[in-house]
Design a protein around this ligand. Structure first.
Ligand code: 1CP
Length: 333
């Protein structure tokens, strides 16, 4: 069994596996060097050799328990025939959403278009750095993918009115959910031992819409992952009620964000928990990192827990601080 599977299936409280969201990428100079030369981000995500190299970069440096495939949640809109570009110092820019094009995409077309991702997973899985470690595959939550497809850019920059069109959103959510399942199945077949669902914009949904936009489509994805006999980690970032989410969705692990009180979580939530620490802590000093890491490990001492952050590693993070954080987790008694 892999470390994460031990936490999930054996409710092992002794081991506290550690990995970090966005561990492969922006803050590592060796990634930035590859990125400088490979200006097209989508092409980079489809370059098997480079994807393997980038995925393994953090494992070469740090004592991590899992690798996460270097890819992006927006590979799914790309697979659905929507243009996706990543503009420097701006973020993702998506093309016009053409429903008639999306309707023409078959599961086979989609799988063929994203096939290099599955090829990358297969070769990463075989690498000796992955021995006794998890290989995490991932998707965006249906709602988060819908937001990018309709908004065509980060909702940080403002949210498109189309998101209020119930007919359009429910039609799209259904298509997105189906293709997320195809992407998950392909990743699992290629060696992913766990699937994480990043619902980064879950916090934008009003309580009155949560059933329709988050619970119903996510439940379908979770049931599908369970039919493959693989665990699912959910990250419904900034959602108001993690307990209700867990009771409704029944994921195997819930990743908490850094705004929630971990003490409340540990008393309210029975399933394994992941993450929580504010990634901004990594921008401070060793003493502060140590005390904040210990706080999480103390709170979750008698609970199945996977150490991680409450959101991704920030681009301006010093890799030495990431190393210090991971060693602090590993040396915790
Ligand atoms: O150099 C660059 O310009 C690319 C930056 C970059 C990187 C390194 C993007 C663009 N994506 C990634 C990789 C990535 N994205 C990974 C790799 C594996 C790892 O974690 O180590 C993962 C898991 C993601 C997932 C992802 N992409 C999320 C969910 C997690 C989160 O941060 O909330 C989201 C929302 C995206 C969309 C996206 N892709 C890239 C950017 C800059 C964004 C966010 C845009 C926004 O703020 O709306």
């Amino acid at each position: 069994m892999t470390p994460i599977q031990k936490v999930i299936y054996k409710k092992d409280k002794q081991i506290k596996p550690v990995w970090l969201m966005r561990q492969a990428g922006r803050y590592l100079p060796e990634f930035r060097e590859i990125r400088r030369i490979n200006t097209n981000f989508i092409d980079l995500c489809l370059n098997k050799k480079k994807v393997k190299e980038i995925t393994l970069q953090p494992l070469k440096r740090f004592n991590l328990d899992a690798a996460i495939i270097f890819s992006d949640i927006l590979m799914v809109p790309y697979g659905l025939d929507q243009d996706v570009n990543f503009k420097k110092n701006y973020g993702p820019v998506l093309g016009e959403l053409k429903l008639q094009n999306i309707h023409k995409v078959t599961y086979k077309d989609f799988t063929n278009k994203l096939n290099p991702i599955y090829g990358s997973l297969k070769t990463i899985k075989k690498d000796k750095l992955l021995k006794n470690k998890d290989l995490i595959g991932f998707v965006g939550g249906p709602w988060t993918i819908l937001v990018y497809m309709l908004n065509k850019k980060s909702p940080k920059k403002n949210l498109n009115k189309l998101i209020k069109d119930k007919k359009l959103t429910s039609e799209l959510l259904e298509i997105i959910t189906d293709f997320l399942c195809v992407h998950i199945k392909n990743q699992v077949k290629s060696g992913a031992s766990v699937i994480q669902i990043f619902d980064s914009w879950a916090g934008l949904v009003k309580n009155s819409d949560i059933e329709r936009n988050i619970y119903n489509p996510t439940k379908k994805v979770i049931n599908f992952i369970h039919s493959l006999k693989i665990p699912a980690i959910c990250f419904p970032r900034n959602i108001d009620d993690y307990k209700e989410f867990v009771d409704t969705i029944k994921p195997d692990v819930v990743n908490i964000d850094y705004r929630v009180n971990p003490t409340k979580i540990v008393s309210n939530i029975k399933i394994p928990v992941q993450g929580g620490l504010d990634p901004k802590i990594l921008l401070t000093n060793r003493k502060n990192i140590k005390s904040k890491v210990q706080r999480y490990l103390d709170i979750f001492q008698n609970h199945p827990y996977i150490f991680n952050l409450g959101h991704g590693v920030l681009p301006q993070t010093n890799p030495d601080m990431v190393e210090y954080l991971i060693n602090t987790v590993k040396n915790f008694k």
